[in-house]
Design a protein around this ligand. Sequence first.
Ligand SMILES: Cc1cc2nc3c(=O)[nH]c(=O)nc-3n(C[C@H](O)[C@H](O)[C@H](O)COP(=O)(O)O)c2cc1C
Length: 218
Amino acid sequence: MMDFPPDTLRDLRVSYELDSLREESMPAEPLELFRAWLKDALEHQLTEPNAMQLATISADGSPSLRTVLLKGLGEQGFEFFTNYESRKGREIAADARACAVFLWAARHHQVTVRGRIVKLPRQAAESYFASRPRGHQLGAWSSAQSQVIAGRKALEEQREQTAARFGDGPIPCPPHWGGYGLVPHEIEFWQGRPDRLHDRLRYLLEATGTWRVERLCP
Ligand SMILES: Cc1cc2nc3c(=O)[nH]c(=O)nc-3n(C[C@H](O)[C@H](O)[C@H](O)COP(=O)(O)O)c2cc1C
């Protein structure tokens, strides 16, 4: 197998000089800047611009992390959909604290969100599920997400059984499938700057409901 020269990783280096963050230009609401950065990622046609890494905590206090797709931003914060019986679903049920990171590397942007996760209403799950391609809908019924399975063949058999069960009829949203929202109390915006003196501006939610901005050392 081809390998890369030993110094490849050591010498990988990106120079960050696309933009800057200044306290006086920060909006009062962090979601306004988040939307602007997401729009920037969409306009630059980055791959999966709505992907976020979501960290949760297991009952014994150990972290776990995976990627999910942001599907909405609203009253319930950063919204995503998944299987409630997956590892993340079980962890969230026991401990609602979570952290998410968006990395738009080509734009030298990172956003870190900390908060608590709430379940979205059933109606949100049903309406989003109905908008998904039929194959994805079948997939949700055919996969006990995060459970061990004997092999690929067993998974495909489950998919065939599900397809036979629903035939040409509509596929309802599985009861174990739905949405969550990460309601933030802290959002940090990171903008890469020259010489590793990056800008890090963090919004903290005050008891009064307003956001306070502070700068962190890079
Ligand atoms: C780009 C990308 C997007 C993904 N989006 C989702 C998603 O929106 N919902 C989801 O349940 N899993 C999604 N996954 C799969 C998860 O990363 C993960 O494998 C799965 O949810 C099981 O995680 P868990 O065992 O920690 O619960 C995505 C994976 C990738 C690479």
